[in-house]
Design a protein around this ligand. Structure first.
Ligand code: GLC
Length: 534
C-alpha cells in the first residue's frame, strides 16, 4: 500500500463546481442543462478533476435559481429529466469521476406541496414542518431577525394569521428541523439520491439549519457599514450556528455512512474555530466543512501565512482540510485579486494541503461580467439595489469557443456572455502551452501524480510583504512552493533553508526544469514549485 492509497477519493481528489444554468445548453433555450453538461465531461476529464459538484437541478420556481426547491426528488424540465440525470451519472462514473449534488435542506420553495399544506391551516399535519409564530405582543414581527436577501425574515400569512420565517427570500420558507417527521422526510431525500449512486452532497447553508428555540432577538453589529447588505446590521447569534445543529449533521452523516465512499460537504461561513466544530466529535459530522477563507481575506502573504497556520492547527485530529477559490455566490477570483495574481492563486490552491474546489471558468481565467441594471436576475442584487451585491457577474455562461454565445448556446443565453469570450475560451487556450488552461492542467497533473502534494504534510517556511512559501512532503519527496504575491520582483533566501532543487512548474514556463540553488529571484507575480534535492 502506498502512502496515497490510504486516502479516499475526496481527500486526494479535486472538486469542480458547475452552475448548471451556465455550463452548456443542449436544447437551445438559453439555459444550460444536463445533456449539455454531459457533452462537456470530456473537457473535465482532460483537465484532470476528480469530481463535479452540480448546483441544484431540482424542480423549482427559480426565485433563487434552483435554491428554492419544490420537489426534492425530481429534475427541473429546464435541465432535463430524471433519465437525463441517470445518464449523466453513468457517464461521469464511466469516465472515472464522481458526482456531488447540492442538497438544500434548510428551506424549500413556498410552492413545495409541504409548504402549501403547512400554510393551509393551523392544524394541518405539516404546519410544524415550517417555522410559524404569532405576531409579537404589540403586533408586528415576532423578533428582529433579518433576511440574508434584505428586509425582515418574517412574512405574514393572512389566512392563518401567523408569520413564517425565511432566512432567504419569502419564497424560501425555512423548514423546521426540530420536527421529527420533517427530519425523516429529508433524510429519505438523501437516500433517494444516494441509492441512485450520487457520490455525495454539498449541503446548502448548513449552519442555518436550526434556530434558537426561544427565538431571541439578534444583537446589533457594532461594525456594520452602510455599504454592506442589511443582513449585516445584526449578529446572527440566535438564528444560525446553534448547538443543536450538530445533532442534525450527525444524522445526515449516519445516512451517508450507510453507503460506500460518499462525501458530506457543508456550506458554512463561520470563523475557523467555529467552522471546525462541523467535523464533529470523532469526525462524525461533515467530511468537509467548506473552508472559504481564500474568498475574503486580503491577498497578502503574511495574512495568508497566518490563516493557513491557524486553519492547520485548528483542524481536529483526523479532520481533512479543504480550500475554495471561488463559487457561485462570490465575485470571481480575477475580479477579487486581479488577473496578474490568478496563476499564483491557482498554484496556491493546488499545492495546499486539503481538497481543492475550482469554480467553473476559473481554469480559463473568466472574470466577472458587467451586467446592466435592467438585466439583473439575481434576487440578492434586485432586492438591495445600489449595493452592487448581484451575484450574476460570476454566473455567466462558460466560454467554450469563439462562436456566437461562446459555444454555450445557439441562442441568447439567460445571462449575457463576457465581451472577451472570443479571446478567453477553452478552444483557443488548449493549443497554447502558456495559457491559463494549460497551467491549471499542469498543476492538476502534478498534484495527482505526487503524493507529497495530494496527501503529504504541510510545513510553512516563510512570509514577508511579498513572498509566501511552504513545503509539502511525503515519503522523502519534498516540494518547496514559493509565491510572489506582489507585482514587484523579489528574492527569496530564508536562513537555514536549502532551496537546492529543480523547478517543476513556474508561472513563467521558461523556468520549468531549471536547477536552482541558493538565493531565488522571482519576477513580480511569479510562483515556483521546486522539487527539492535531498
Ligand atoms: C446558499 C447558496 C446560495 C443561495 C442561498 C439560499 O448560500 O449557495 O446561492 O442563494 O444558499 O439557498
Amino acid at each position: 500500500m502506498t502512502e496515497s492509497d490510504k486516502y479516499l477519493w475526496w481527500q486526494k481528489g479535486i472538486i469542480y463546481q458547475i452552475y448548471p444554468r451556465s455550463f452548456q445548453d443542449s436544447n437551445n433555450d438559453g439555459v444550460g442543462d444536463l445533456p449539455g453538461l454531459k457533452s462537456r465531461l470530456e473537457h473535465l476529464q482532460w483537465l484532470g478533476v476528480d469530481a463535479i459538484w452540480v448546483s441544484p437541478i431540482y424542480e423549482s420556481p427559480m426565485a433563487d435559481f434552483g435554491y428554492d426547491i419544490s420537489d426534492y426528488s425530481s429534475v427541473h424540465p429546464l435541465f432535463g429529466s430524471l433519465q437525463d440525470f441517470d445518464d449523466l451519472l453513468d457517464e461521469v462514473h464511466t469516465r472515472g469521476m464522481k458526482l456531488i449534488l447540492d442538497l438544500v435542506p434548510n428551506h424549500s420553495s413556498d410552492q413545495h406541496p409541504w409548504f402549501l399544506e403547512s400554510r393551509a391551516s393551523l392544524d394541518n399535519p405539516k404546519r410544524d414542518w415550517y417555522i410559524w409564530k404569532d405576531a409579537a405582543d404589540h403586533g408586528g414581527v415576532p423578533n428582529n431577525w433579518l433576511s440574508v436577501f434584505g428586509g425582515p425574515a418574517w412574512e405574514w400569512d393572512q389566512r392563518t394569521q401567523q408569520y413564517y420565517y425565511h432566512a432567504f427570500l419569502k419564497e424560501q420558507p425555512d423548514l423546521n428541523w426540530r420536527n421529527p417527521d420533517l427530519r425523516r422526510a429529508m433524510l429519505d431525500v438523501m437516500r433517494f439520491w444516494l441509492a441512485k449512486g450520487v457520490d455525495g452532497f454539498r449541503v446548502d447553508v448548513m449552519w442555518h439549519m436550526i434556530k434558537d428555540d426561544e427565538f431571541r432577538d439578534n444583537p446589533p453589529n457594532p461594525d456594520y457599514q452602510p455599504h454592506q447588505a442589511t443582513y449585516e446590521r445584526l449578529i446572527p447569534v440566535h438564528s444560525t450556528d446553534q448547538p443543536e445543529v450538530h445533532e442534525i449533521v450527525r444524522m445526515m452523516r449516519e445516512v451517508m455512512d450507510q453507503y460506500r465512499d460518499r462525501v458530506l460537504i457543508g456550506e458554512i461561513y463561520l470563523p475557523v474555530q467555529r467552522l471546525v466544530k462541523y467535523y464533529g466529535d470523532d469526525n462524525r459530522e461533515a467530511h468537509l466543512p467548506f473552508n472559504f477563507q481564500l474568498l475574503s481575506i486580503p491577498w497578502e502573504p503574511q495574512r495568508l501565512f497566518s490563516v493557513i497556520e491557524e486553519y492547520e492547527s485548528a483542524l481536529p485530529a483526523g479532520g481533512w482540510p479543504n480550500w475554495v477559490l471561488g463559487n457561485h455566490d462570490q465575485p470571481r477570483l480575477i475580479s477579487r485579486i486581479g488577473r496578474e495574481q490568478a496563476k499564483i492563486a491557482a498554484m496556491l490552491l493546488l499545492t495546499l494541503r486539503g481538497t481543492p474546489t475550482i469554480y467553473y471558468g476559473e481554469e480559463i481565467g473568466m472574470r466577472d461580467v458587467a451586467i446592466p441594471p435592467d438585466e439583473i436576475q439575481d434576487p440578492q442584487g434586485l432586492n438591495m439595489p445600489g449595493l452592487n451585491l448581484s451575484r450574476d457577474p460570476g454566473r455567466t455562461p462558460m466560454q467554450w469557443d469563439e462562436s456566437s454565445w461562446s459555444g454555450f448556446s445557439r441562442v441568447r443565453p439567460w445571462l449575457r456572455v463576457s465581451h472577451d469570450f472570443a479571446r478567453v475560451n477553452v478552444k483557443s487556450q488548449k493549443p497554447d502551452a502558456f495559457s491559463m488552461l494549460n497551467f491549471y492542467r499542469k498543476l492538476i497533473d502534478l498534484r495527482r501524480k505526487e503524493p507529497a502534494l495530494h496527501a503529504g504534510t504541510y510545513k510553512s517556511v516563510f512570509a514577508d510583504r511579498q513572498v509566501l512559501s511552504f513545503v509539502r512532503e511525503a515519503a522523502g519527496t519534498r516540494f518547496l512552493i514559493v509565491l510572489n504575491l506582489s507585482h514587484r520582483p523579489c528574492s527569496f533566501h530564508p536562513e537555514n533553508f536549502s532551496t537546492h532543487g529543480i523547478v517543476e512548474i513556474s508561472t513563467e514556463p521558461e523556468r520549468d526544469g531549471l536547477s536552482v540553488v541558493g538565493l531565488l529571484s522571482l519576477s513580480g507575480d511569479e510562483g515556483l514549485i521546486i522539487r527539492l534535492k535531498n
